[in-house]
Structures are given as structure tokens and as C-alpha cells.
Design a binder for this molecule. Structure first.
Ligand code: ADP
Ligand code: MN
Length: 172
């Protein structure tokens, strides 16, 4: 089962994924790293210091990878960690943060004022959530505000366990 973990930068996707990898036997694909390592992009946007993802190439590579992972590991859960995950996975968990809190997290990370504002604005208009509803079959929203990363990992864990129990019910 491929489960996407998306959200505006700073909402906690990477922190939560690292915690879940420690706690459970679930596999995590860090999609942004994979895109860079395997050159799964069409162009490099030097002005924005980013790349334009090649969604077709990404989709076919992920099919191979998730197949491999599901065959090799005892776990049937693969988490796709990226702010692009909702374009790919049918089941998606969207991490959210109250914009003033997000601003604090991104400033701490050393983002430029422009990048901080751009992301805070995207979060305040629910941009990724709206896209997720447009693209995905099942959408879960998790608020990270006033929670620790550990608590948020626990919230995400509960959703995935719920999905797993639903899948077992279907088989019985
Ligand atoms: P992303 O991968 O979404 O850009 P990161 O995990 O890299 O986010 O960064 C999120 C930052 O916010 C980390 O420094 C993390 O410790 C902090 N944080 C504060 N509260 C939470 C929370 N409830 N869940 C996840 N991260 C949180
Ligand atoms: Mn990240």
C-alpha cells in the first residue's frame, strides 16, 4: 500500500517520516532525494534553485521501487514523502501548520523572507489540501500546530493502522 505524506515545506514531512521509520517496519521513499539522485526531472530552475519534476518518469520508477519494496520487506506499507506526493499516491496524508507557526519553523531553517512568505501564503489558502482533494481518492489532514513531532508521528501512525485494518477486513 502506497501512502503519500505531503504538506507545505516546514509542516514536518521529513521529521515524521524519520520517526515512523524508527518506530515501525514501514519503508519511506524520500521522493525529492530520489528525483535529484536519479535525475527524474525535465529542467533545472536555477533562479529558484530547484528542478522541474518529470512526473511520467517518476511514476514509472516508483512502480518499480514499490514493487521491489513490497516483495523484499515484511511490511506492506510504503510511505511516499514529498510535497509532490499528492500528485502520485491515491491515499494521502496532508500535514498542516498554522501559518505563523510555519513562518517560525522556516525562519529557523534559514529560508529567505520571500520563500518563507510564499510558503506561509500557500498554507493559508490550503493550496496542497485543495490539490490533494482534486487528485487523490482518500485524503487525511493532520494538524501539527502545538504538537510535537513525536505526537504528530503518532497521529499519522493511527491513520495508517486504521487503513491497514480496513484492508484486512476486505480480505476476510
Ligand atoms: P518538511 O519535510 O515538511 O519540510 P521538516 O520535518 O523538515 O518539514 O521540518 C519541520 C520542522 O518543524 C522540524 O524542525 C520539526 O522539529 C519542527 N516541528 C515542530 N512541530 C512539529 C510537528 N508537530 N510535527 C513535525 N515537525 C514539527
Ligand atoms: Mn522535507
Amino acid at each position: 500500500m502506497l501512502i503519500g505524506l505531503t504538506g507545505t515545506p516546514g509542516t514536518g514531512k521529513t521529521s515524521v517520516s524519520k520517526l515512523l521509520e524508527k518506530r515501525r517496519q514501514w519503508k519511506v521513499i524520500y521522493l525529492n532525494d530520489l528525483i535529484k539522485e536519479e535525475h527524474l526531472y525535465t529542467e533545472v530552475d536555477e533562479k529558484r534553485d530547484s528542478v522541474v519534476a518529470d512526473m511520467e518518469l517518476i511514476r514509472s520508477r516508483l512502480l518499480e521501487l514499490t514493487d521491489e519494496m513490497e516483495r523484499e520487506s515484511a511490511s506492506k506499507v510504503v510511505i511516499l514523502e514529498s510535497h509532490l506526493a499528492h500528485y502520485i499516491a491515491d491515499i494521502i496524508i496532508v500535514l498542516r501548520a498554522y501559518p505563523p507557526e510555519l513562518i517560525k519553523r522556516l525562519e529557523k531553517r534559514g529560508y529567505s523572507e520571500e520563500k518563507v512568505n510564499e510558503n506561509a501564503e500557500a498554507e493559508s489558502i490550503d493550496l496542497i489540501l485543495a490539490e490533494a482533494f482534486e487528485w487523490c481518492e482518500k485524503v487525511f489532514e493532520v494538524n501539527t500546530t502545538d504538537r510535537t513531532a513525536e505526537e504528530t508521528a503518532g497521529d499519522v501512525e493511527k491513520i495508517i493502522d486504521h487503513l491497514l485494518s480496513g484492508k484486512e477486513d476486505e480480505l476476510h
